[in-house]
Design a protein around this ligand. Sequence first.
Ligand SMILES: CC(=O)[C@@H](O)[C@H](O)COP(=O)(O)O
Ligand SMILES: NCC(=O)COP(=O)(O)O
Length: 255
Amino acid sequence: MSQISLSVNLNKIALLRNSRDGDFPSVVEFGKRSIAAGVQGLTVHPRPDQRHIRPHDVRELADLVRQHAAQHLEFNIEGNPFAPARDDYPGLVELAIETQPHQCTLVPDSDAQKTSDHGFDLNESGDKLQPLITRLKNAGIRVSLFMDPDLAQIELAAKLGADRIELYTGPFAHAFTESGDAGQAVFEAHSKAAIRATELGMGVNAGHDLNLDNMQLYNQLPGLLEVSIGHALTVDALLMGFDNTIAAYLAVCRT
Ligand SMILES: CC(=O)[C@@H](O)[C@H](O)COP(=O)(O)O
Ligand SMILES: NCC(=O)COP(=O)(O)O
């Protein structure tokens, strides 16, 4: 029996919180509930427009995870490393250096995007990423790059010194919804990318639009270490209750 680490993404708790003044629902409280329910990690994706996660959430959750060091809980901060500081958002790399997460996942987003919707093109971004990867690693932070399952790109990620890749699973989730065969075909491309990443000495994470259904297949990905899940998990929590939902996701992360 192996356990894929479940890192709960709290973005959507923050989105609901931001729809009113005050601190209800509390992001930190749902972080605590996630930890009490047995998750292996917490993920946040602070964006410069602060549509959901705000810098103070990141700082407070970093403190919360540190208080649970004995549980070997991990904190993962995701985001666009090139987005400039704005208002009280200091920039992703600065925020990571300040808060010292276990992992920083670099994502090629822009604020104009509704959500993350593609992996890096390292032919274009590699030279700009290299000093940021080095700076984060020198600060003792594991670096993961948000990638599509493109073998040539996976090779470039290894050359940049990435510790891990996070496979972008949006297209897999979409294909899985379309048909089992379509989902299987995309899954096989992800499997080849995961095997190559592992051969190159990188760990394999995955995320975006994963849910209880498509994880029945995706949990078979060779070498998968961690999934970060937020959107579907939050919707499931509305339907099943938060603790029952975490239990269901932990179960689908056991293989
Ligand atoms: C990179 C990725 O796929 C997710 O980590 C991201 O957090 C989704 O962002 P939103 O929650 O803003 O859609
Ligand atoms: N990296 C993926 C993540 O953190 C959550 O993505 P989603 O489950 O909200 O689509």
